[in-house]
Design a protein around this ligand. Structure first.
Ligand code: SF4
Length: 329
């Protein structure tokens, strides 16, 4: 295993998460290759967006990092410890170091608990402070997510809050134990457009104030440029491009990234013309993924005799910019 740089918080190394397809009475019929050889590093205090269509494997990757899926192979090293190989007692430690914000805030909040009870619960489970100290921490958490005046929210139930307010409670709960890593899975996709930007700015503020690292999972490339330092593009279980956010938007290299960018409504017609050859079609089956480059059946630039046969390696095309595509060999 390679030695980690001192500011690396999370190192995912050649991760594979496959799911068995069982046929009743006939054993295993095949495997869904949901995540297939993913590697990356996340630094302390860094926000990274993982972007891809539904079915690209990004949510499975996130769930594996949370310890909810057992990988078939590879490593998830967090603060020097390999998470899939932790004992149950150590998993409890990990759960205090990693917060999770899910897509549907209403589904994430227990309906019969007040905001105060919801936020106090993780502190009680982690044996943090006495009752007075816990309520002080709950108040600070509400202030941090800007649910003020605090007294207006402490005794409310989730159904008495708007969707944006519910998601702020979810964020407060996810950060109340001062985690080092926050995993946010499409955190604004179910909210009105008017509150999306506010919530992304709130996450950004928490990241800066607490030197929090964030993995932001989304299908929407339009929101990530202003939110993340780097963007990783996922397709059919693999990361196909990694770059600093501005570089990826200004100078995308992978044909699939072109397709994602071309799908963003573009007010400037000069930019709309940037992508002349936009790939079409659907993502492949992850049970029988195409050989070679998994994007080759949709790729307008596919090199016959190469792309459908050999998987492209990750190639460096600029400072901190890597792409898995034979075009740049
Ligand atoms: Fe297209 Fe070939 Fe590049 Fe894959 S490796 S994206 S098929 S050009």
């Amino acid at each position: 295993m390679s030695e980690l740089k001192s500011d690396v918080l999370l190192s995912v190394q050649n991760l594979q998460v496959w799911f068995a397809l069982r046929r009743f009475g006939f054993g295993i019929a095949g495997y869904v290759h949901a995540v297939d050889g993913v590697s990356f590093q996340l630094h302390e205090g860094e926000a990274v967006a993982i972007v891809g269509e539904s079915g690209s494997g990004k949510s499975t990757l996130m769930r594996a990092i949370l310890g909810l899926h057992r990988p078939r192979a590879g490593h998830i090293i967090f603060e020097g410890r390999d998470i899939p190989r932790l004992k149950p007692a150590d998993l409890r430690w990990y759960r205090t170091r990693v917060g999770y914000v899910q897509q549907d805030p209403y589904g994430a909040l227990p309906p019969f608990m007040t905001v105060r009870q919801i936020l106090e619960e993780p502190l009680i489970i982690a044996h943090t402070g006495n009752s007075h100290q816990r309520i002080e921490r709950v108040r600070r958490a509400l202030e941090e997510v800007k649910l003020t005046p605090i007294e207006d929210f402490l005794n409310k139930f989730p159904h008495q809050l708007s969707g944006g307010q519910q998601q702020r409670v979810v964020i407060a709960r996810a950060t109340i134990l001062n985690p080092r890593l926050l995993i946010a899975d499409e955190p604004v996709s179910m909210l009105d457009a008017s509150v999306r930007v506010e919530l992304l700015f709130l996450l950004r503020e928490l990241q800066r104030n607490h030197r929090l690292s964030i993995l932001y999972i989304t299908h929407d490339l339009s929101t990530v440029r202003y939110f993340s330092e780097r963007i990783f593009v996922m397709y059919a279980g693999k990361i196909v491009e990694k770059a600093p956010a501005d570089e990826l938007i200004q100078n995308p290299r992978h044909p699939y990234t072109w397709a994602l960018l071309a799908a963003i409504p573009e007010p400037d017609p000069r930019n709309a013309r940037r992508f002349r050859e936009v790939p079409s079609g659907e993502p492949p089956s992850l049970v029988t993924p195409p050989p070679g480059c998994r994007f080759h059946p949709r790729c307008p630039k596919a090199i016959r005799g190469l792309c459908e046969v050999q998987e492209p390696p990750e190639l460096r095309v600029g400072p901190d910019h890597e792409v898995a595509c034979w075009l740049y060999q």
